[in-house]
Write a new protein. Structure first.
Lengths: 359, 313, 283
């Protein structure tokens, strides 16, 4: 199974640079997810790996071969598209067989490979059908089959689940995870859905405006975001980003309370706190107080949206159903374990005494 | 965000070959190549040559002789040129807008689902399928003075009908009337536009105001302005070239009394009856310039009255 | 209708008025067809009878046989010519225009928008502006009087049909072409094996349109062809009518039989036709 290596990869659309120099190594057998807001270049990057978009500068290597200028079919990649892209006038069998036939495989070999793949994906009974006669999930499986059947070095997925309904999406997600294990294949998966990214990935690549913001395991990007962008992008509801200063006795919120930890000489920083790292408390021991503006009762948890006195906002995630009404005064305490600190440049700073005690 | 200068590494890293797009680009050019050749052979070169011939004396036999602006001067003093230009302008100026209005009205009438919708659509479309020659001949019969069924019917109602195509005063107007018959294409283009209006937009308009004409004026018409533009441009260009009906009904002399003499008929006459290619080419270039100016004018004003979704094409 | 909810009286009246109006308009539109058809089966005297007779009595079938055997109106030969002319053009249009339309609608290349813009210009260009030099060239080669000048241009394509087909090609998702590229198909194979099979219906539509346009084409064959035996029906009917203006029954039979194939073709393929039309409008 192949390794994918990108070095200094850049792309321009006319004068506009859409991919701004990316270095990345995907290890053999790894499942890497590209995630980022729409327009961040994640799909373009994937298509560059596939050879569907040109690489203007830099190098793409697949299985230690420089394929930067190789045509798509000779790169050992297979791709699953967002809208399936099944050939609508061909049966599932022909859809699977098309690439093999183009590669010049003998009739018997094609037949055997297609049957094997179909059995693996449990689509054997669909082989005679055309895409029109299939459900969304069935089409998706055939599309995956078309990728698998060619035994590629690398699988590329371009938001393949975004057109499925919620239940099917969960099912397909687990199927892809299963395939990844069974085939021990290298996979690159593009999505804008961070739940998908968190559940599937061995490593996540967070992209923004054509640049890599962070590469790490799902836990790393969640618990120690490298910068404010990642902090705000990963996690739902989003991390609270509170203005603070580094005082002599540690981090101090602009509103007054001193939280301890990292000390400094009054430089402005941003404190990032996940909504679930806030707890309700009495007025005396509170770090922050505000008025409940919106309360989302989700059954097993409750999400509080507070308006703070200084005009800021705060989101708190509480376990269980909390009996509170809109307009109530709420007092919260920050659990510094798992909090993040960002300097004026937006990059993460090490927060003393935080990471070591992580769960 | 335009990049004014490439970042420093650009100087170090070589720019890669554009492979993927090059294959596609090569295919794109190859697939378009026959048509590019066709356009060059049958449009671009002839267009230039027409302007050349227009400045020569050329009788098909023998070589063209350069005469400069003589053909245009001859046109300027040719009463047939002016008469036919006038007829054609009147024809276009009345026929096109009236046709569009009727077609729009029919499309609005058609834009509802009833058991007979398909039938009505078919009926309005059929005249388009009638060869223009056949259609014109049939109308000549229908409108025969005295003995034709239309006049018999009108006389029976106590009216005093005109002689239609044989009356020098009425002939051009009759021709305009006949040109309104094949309006199926325009109607169906409008209908397509009406049916493309999303249902929720239409329903939102219903909720905003109960008056039907409010919806027509503020919602429906603006949303089908692209179709109006399309029909208008095509309609004007084609009505300037009206030929078949004119020559079937009025021959090459525009009987009666040059009332139906159209520009294309005079041009045809000059080229293929009198073999005066230079003069005919001069007429063609005049037509070209007039149509070009009109089209540009329409497209120019279109910006202010045509609604475009997204703005593609 | 009877199974619908009971309509209120005012809605009923509205419906009746609507249909009365539409049927009246339809009658106006159909009158020329009707008059042509009944006149084709009358004698000259019967055509101009006063009061008007709305049905031919007796039906003069002999008009048909007389038309088919006349020497001054070789109808059968001209019918065959028209079929050949329209059929050839329709086939050529489908082939040549789908090449260019695919390039404009599915492929990205530098200069594409420019060439397509020129195509739209060509579409709007009055025929006559480019016609005289083309005619002179054909006459120089000595091919006037044959169908070559009428057919050859369609080997290269036609602006209108390219424009129309492009709308359909633009509907083919780009992902599909990408999938085929990953599968190792060449650009030509993608066109032929992946894209074309999906556009069967649009191609039939375009072929039908080309058939109708060519069947009704008058100006070009009038100028290029000289022999009665070589004329297509449109020119044949014109020539006959302008020379024998008083023989209305034969003219009407000729017009009837000229229009009939197109009307029949349309009625058989109505659905397709209307789909084609809604696509000629600007998207």
């Amino acid at each position: 199974m192949g390794m994918v290596q990108l070095s200094g990869v850049r792309k321009f659309y006319g004068a506009l640079e859409v991919i701004k120099g990316i270095d990345l190594t995907v290890e053999p057998g790894e499942l890497v997810v590209f995630v980022g807001p729409s327009g961040c270049g994640k799909s373009t990057l994937l298509r560059m790996i596939a050879g569907l978009e040109d690489v203007d500068y830099g190098r793409v290597e697949i299985a230690s071969k420089d394929v930067t200028e190789a045509p798509p079919a000779q790169r050992g990649v297979a791709m699953v598209f967002q809208n399936y892209a099944l050939y609508p006038h061909m049966t599932a069998f022909d859809n699977l067989a098309y690439g093999l036939r183009r590669a010049g495989l003998a009739r018997n070999a094609v037949d055997k490979r297609v049957q094997e793949t179909a059995a693996l994906l449990q689509i054997s009974d669909l082989l005679k059908r055309k895409p029109k006669a299939m459900s969304g999930g069935q089409r998706q499986r055939v599309a995956i089959g078309r990728a698998i059947v060619r035994k590629p070095e690398v699988f590329l997925f371009d938001e393949p689940l975004s057109n499925l309904d919620a239940a099917l999406r969960v099912e397909m997600r687990s199927q892809i995870a299963r395939l990844h294990q069974e085939l021990a294949a290298t996979m690159i998966f593009v999505t804008h859905d961070q739940v998908e990214a968190m559940t599937l990935a061995d490593r996540i690549v967070v992209l923004n405006a054509g640049r890599v913001e962070q590469i790490g395991t799902p836990r790393e990007v969640y618990h120690s975001p490298a910068n404010l962008f990642v902090a705000g992008f990963i996690g739902s509801p989003a991390m609270n980003l509170l203005p603070a200063t580094l005082g002599p006795s540690g981090v101090a919120l602009v509103s007054g309370p001193v939280l301890g930890g990292h000390s400094g000489t009054g430089e402005a920083v941003t404190l990032g706190v996940r909504p679930d790292r806030l707890t309700l408390t009495s007025p005396e021991s509170a770090h922050l107080s505000g008025e409940a503006k919106l309360i989302e009762h989700l059954g097993d948890e409750t999400i509080l949206h507070l308006a703070l006195a200084d005009g800021g906002a705060l989101t708190i995630k509480l376990a269980g159903d909390v009996a509170l009404t809109i307009g109530a005064r709420v007092h919260a305490r920050i659990d510094m374990v798992g909090a993040s600190l960002f300097g004026a440049d937006g990059r993460a700073m090490r927060l003393e005494g935080a990471r070591e005690t992580e769960a | 965000m335009p990049i004014t200068s490439a970042p420093p590494e650009a100087a170090v890293l070589p720019r890669r070959n554009r492979k993927a797009q090059r294959g596609e680009a090569r295919a794109g050019v190859l697939f378009a190549l026959p048509w590019i050749i066709g356009m060059t052979l049958f449009v671009a070169i002839p267009l230039v040559v027409t302007f050349y011939i227009a400045q020569t004396k050329f009788q098909i036999i023998g070589a063209p002789k350069w005469v400069g602006m003589q053909n245009y001067e001859a046109l300027w003093s040719d009463p047939a040129f002016w008469k036919s230009a006038q007829n054609t302008l009147i024809f276009a100026a009345i026929s096109v807008p009236v046709k569009l209005i009727i077609a729009l009205g029919l499309a609005l009438l058609l834009n509802r689902a009833t058991a007979l919708s398909g039938f009505y659509r078919t009926v309005f479309y059929l005249p388009f399928l009638m060869p223009a020659v056949a259609g014109s001949v049939v109308f000549m019969l229908l409108l025969t003075p005295n003995a034709g069924p239309v006049n018999i019917a009108l006389e029976a109602m106590g009216l005093n009908p005109p002689d239609w195509l044989l009356d020098p005063k009425a002939a051009l107007w009759t021709l305009i009337l006949l040109s309104l018959w094949p309006l199926g294409v325009e109607t169906l283009v409008f209908l397509g536009g009406l049916q493309n209006i999303p249902k929720d937009v239409s329903e939102a308009a219903d909720l905003d105001s109960p008056k039907r004409w409010h919806k027509l004026v503020w919602i429906t018409l603006p949303l089908i302005t692209p179709m109006v533009l399309f029909n208008l441009v095509i309609g004007i260009i084609y009505s300037f070239q009206v030929f078949t009906q004119a020559i079937v009904i009025g021959g090459t002399t525009g009987t009666p009394a040059e009332a139906t003499l159209m520009y294309m008929v005079v041009l045809y006459r000059a080229a293929f009856r009198y073999f005066n290619m230079g003069l005919a080419a001069a007429m063609a270039t005049v037509l070209f310039v007039v149509v070009l100016i009109l089209t540009l004018l329409i497209f120019k004003t279109a910006r202010s009255w045509v609604h475009y979704e997204g703005g593609e094409t | 209708m009877s199974r619908q909810r009971k309509a209120t009286p005012s809605a009923r009246i509205g419906m009746l008025t609507y249909h009365a109006l539409m049927l009246a308009i339809s009658a106006v539109f159909l009158l020329p067809f009707y008059w042509m058809t009944i006149s084709a089966f009358k004698t000259n005297a019967e055509i101009f009878s006063n009061p008007v007779t709305w049905l031919p009595d007796p039906i003069r079938w002999e008009n048909m046989t007389s038309l088919l055997t006349r020497e001054d109106f070789p109808f059968v030969q001209q019918f065959v010519n028209s079929v050949f002319y329209a059929g050839t053009v329709a086939v050529l249009v489908c082939l040549s225009c789908s090449l260019a339309a695919y390039s404009f609608g599915c492929l990205r290349w530098r200069g594409r928008n420019l060439v397509f813009g020129l195509t739209v210009c060509a579409l709007l260009m009055p025929t006559i502006v480019t016609f005289l030099p083309i005619y002179l060239a054909w006459s120089k080669i000595g091919l006037t009087g044959t169908y070559w000048p009428l057919i050859t241009p369609f080997l290269f394509g036609d602006a209108f049909f390219i424009f129309m087909l492009r709308q359909f090609f633009m509907g083919v998702p780009r992902e599909l072409l990408d999938a085929a590229r990953l599968d190792g198909a060449s650009e030509f194979r993608i066109w032929w094996q992946i894209v074309m099979p999906q556009l069967r219906t649009p191609l039939i539509i375009v072929g039908l349109f080309a058939t109708v346009y060519t069947w009704n084409e008058f100006f070009l064959p009038l100028i290029y062809l000289q022999d009665r035996e070589a004329f297509p029906l449109s020119v044949g009917l014109f020539t006959f009518q302008s020379q024998r203006a008083v023989e209305w029954s034969v003219s009407m039979m000729g017009a009837f039989l000229t229009a009939l194939p197109m009307v029949a073709l349309f009625l058989l393929t109505q659905r397709l036709f209307q789909r084609g039309l809604s696509s000629t409008g600007l998207k």
